[in-house]
Ligand binder design. Structure first.
Ligand SMILES: C[S@@+](CC[C@H](N)C(=O)[O-])C[C@H]1O[C@@H](n2cnc3c(N)ncnc32)[C@H](O)[C@@H]1O
Length: 239
């Protein structure tokens, strides 16, 4: 497939999955006790080794090659920005700047987010901002439970607090994410179509240059556990 010819996920599913609300309700009610893998514990420690313990935290979850992490770290120089991805290959790909020009307030770690999110929470840490940019859409109807909002780890995303933003080129994903986040936050969460004038990630650039519509959902979850107080925001990286 050529660069600016990327496709919108094709799916037999045209709207919010009929089982989503039931699944999210179950995940919000039932504990998720998957044991942590040692490499994720080590990655968690590594991600905080350069943190001063005071700077507000930003997580770029599923950061891919990390271009968004770099832009976010530039936009929030007084925050500690953590880019997490499970793919060492993507994380190691050459950055658009030489090392000397990379922001110092960020770190990349290879970890499985299913553990990383819970490790953050267990350590009593909360996020100022949380980005989930162009997650794998898993568009097949039978793959609902692989989408982040339908995964048993989803309640931890809300518990981590902060301004959470998810972007996708699949409208259904964002509608579903908004519904699930609303259930976790205890209030409706809005989503919108937007124009990516300055793309944050390579996927965003590719979709935009292919003429695709882009969608995002954003919500200020405040301090996390008391997420029922949340208010809506889709502020992107603008301060
Ligand atoms: C479609 S890519 C988007 C990457 C980047 N955010 C962007 O927009 O260019 C999704 C990314 O999520 C990562 N990912 C998927 N599941 C993950 C998991 N369980 N833990 C960590 N990263 C994961 C993949 O390795 C991949 O880099």
């Amino acid at each position: 497939m050529s660069y600016a010819n990327s496709r919108i996920p094709s799916s037999a599913q045209q709207g919010v999955h009929e089982n989503l609300a039931r699944l999210v309700e179950r995940h919000l009610r039932e504990p998720f006790r998957k044991p942590y893998a040692d490499y994720n514990r080590a990655a968690f420690e590594a991600s905080l080794a350069g943190w001063d313990g005071r700077a507000p935290l930003i997580l770029d979850a599923g950061c891919g090659v990390g271009h968004s992490t770099i832009q976010i770290a530039r936009a929030f120089p007084d925050h500690w920005v953590i880019g997490v991805d499970q793919s060492a290959d993507r994380l190691e790909r050459r950055k658009p700047y030489p090392d000397a020009l990379l922001p110092r307030n960020m770190v990349f770690v290879r970890a499985d987010l299913v553990d990383y999110w819970r490790l953050l929470h267990d350590a009593g840490l909360r996020l100022a901002r949380h980005y989930i940019l162009y997650p794998n859409p898993w568009p097949k109807i039978g793959h609902l439970a692989r989408r982040w909002h339908a995964h048993p780890v989803f309640p931890w995303l809300a518990k981590l607090g902060g301004v959470l933003e998810c972007r996708s080129n699949w409208q259904v994903y964002i509608e579903e994410f908004a519904l699930a986040l609303g259930m976790a936050a205890g209030r409706p969460v809005a989503w919108e179509r937007f124009e990516a004038e300055v793309p944050l990630t390579p996927f965003e650039r590719k979709y935009r240059d292919s003429g695709q519509a882009l969608f995002r959902v954003g919500c200020d979850l405040g301090g996390g556990e008391a997420a029922g107080q949340a208010s809506h925001s889709t502020s992107g990286v603008q301060q």
